[in-house]
Write a protein that binds this ligand. Structure first.
Ligand SMILES: NC(=O)c1ccc[n+]([C@@H]2O[C@H](COP(=O)([O-])OP(=O)(O)OC[C@H]3O[C@@H](n4cnc5c(N)ncnc54)[C@H](OP(=O)(O)O)[C@@H]3O)[C@@H](O)[C@H]2O)c1
Length: 323
């Protein structure tokens, strides 16, 4: 902290590379009616942050600001302590240890932010350190795709080593599905350790040649396509992806198949972040879900953190230790 009324925040004034972020002293926000103020202990730099920093894809600027970013500070995942309650807030107490998501407003790359008391915030499971509670973003996206899996169904998760992929493996297993994970050499042990039943090394084998068909094929890293994975998909089953696909194929095929009703392809968009966080906290308390962490940076090193995450090579989650 810099003074009684000032805090450190990573400020973004225009779309661009990581160097456009600067660490500044800004006023500590005060909670409005119905809001809580959170003192941030940990945040992440994730692919939503890096895409929003660049303003890519362009259509997403309809939400984040056409010419300039509407939000002065990024950071979607947070873990911290409830600091001050706004008027009319019930259900929270100063000192509550909380984690959550800021999908619309961002702002966790700062020492404090305010959030609606009924927003995407939940209590951290007992005993979990702040820097292990920043697990929401990847899990929320993964849940959008895996939530319809049922016991005894099977899924193949391509790119099971990123934030979304590692979460998808665990959420699919928690629903009783059988999971085949496709990862590179350096992530084979990781994929087994988080519960994958079979692991394929994409650097040594053609994963499409596996003699099996699945109820769900999920491209969790945007590096394959429906066309490549077609032989793996059971009749009537789903191909889902985190990215638009080559020539926006995941969007165009999704729309076409919706009209013809012949197949299912899509880029599922997550909803109900608050409800999901409660389910996730429950899974973490039972030991059925845990974050996979790559490395951590101090808030002062935020530019470095963005540079690293932009490479698309991280393993799971990159943490920012704010306090
Ligand atoms: N537009 C948005 O707002 C948005 C938001 C969230 C996520 N996404 C998309 O979701 C995807 C996943 O995000 P994430 O945070 O989970 O990713 P991430 O953590 O950056 O995942 C990267 C992982 O994928 C692996 N990988 C790289 N190339 C691969 C390949 N050809 N085949 C299989 N694995 C490969 C990397 O390990 P190895 O290289 O060692 O295999 C690394 O562990 C990204 O493509 C991102 O664009 C988009």
């Amino acid at each position: 902290m810099t003074g009684a009324s000032q805090m450190k925040a990573a400020v973004v004034r225009r779309y661009g590379p990581p160097e456009t972020i600067s660490l500044r002293d800004v006023p500590i926000p005060s909670p409005a009616t119905g809001e809580i103020r959170v003192r941030v202990y940990a945040a992440t730099v994730n692919r939503t942050d890096t895409a929003t920093l660049r303003g890519h894809p362009f259509f997403a600027r309809a939400m984040t600001g056409i010419l300039r970013p509407k939000m002065p500070t990024l950071g979607m995942d947070f873990a911290g302590v409830v600091d001050v309650l706004g008027d009319g807030v019930s259900g929270w107490r100063p000192g509550d240890r909380v984690f959550g998501l800021l999908p619309d407003q961002f702002g966790a790359h700062a020492e404090y932010f305010c959030i609606p008391a009924d927003g995407a915030v939940s209590l951290i499971p007992a005993g979990l350190p702040f820097h292990e509670a920043v697990v929401g973003e990847g899990a929320w996206y993964a849940n959008a795709t895996t939530k319809r899996l049922r016991k005894d169904q099977s899924c193949l998760i391509f790119g099971a080593s990123g934030a979304i992929g590692t979460a998808a493996v665990q959420l699919a297993k928690a629903r009783g599905a059988e999971v085949t994970a496709v990862v590179g050499s350096r992530h084979l042990d990781l994929a087994k350790s988080i519960g994958a039943d079979q692991v394929i090394n994409y650097e040594e084998e053609d994963f499409v040649a596996v003699d099996k068909r699945f109820d769900l094929v999920f491209d969790a890293v945007g590096k394959t396509s429906w066309f490549a994975c077609r032989p793996l998909i059971k009749t009537g089953a789903t191909f889902a992806a985190t990215d638009l696909g080559p020539y926006w194929s995941n969007i165009l095929l999704g729309a076409w198949f919706k009209m013809t009703g012949s197949r299912r392809v899509g880029v599922p968009f997550p909803t109900d972040a608050r409800g999901f966080l409660r389910d996730l906290a429950d899974l973490m308390s039972k030991g059925s879900f845990c974050g996979v962490f790559d490395r951590s940076y101090a808030l002062a090193e935020i530019v470095e953190a963005f540079r690293y995450v932009e490479k698309g090579q991280k393993t799971g989650i990159v943490v920012v230790k704010v306090r």
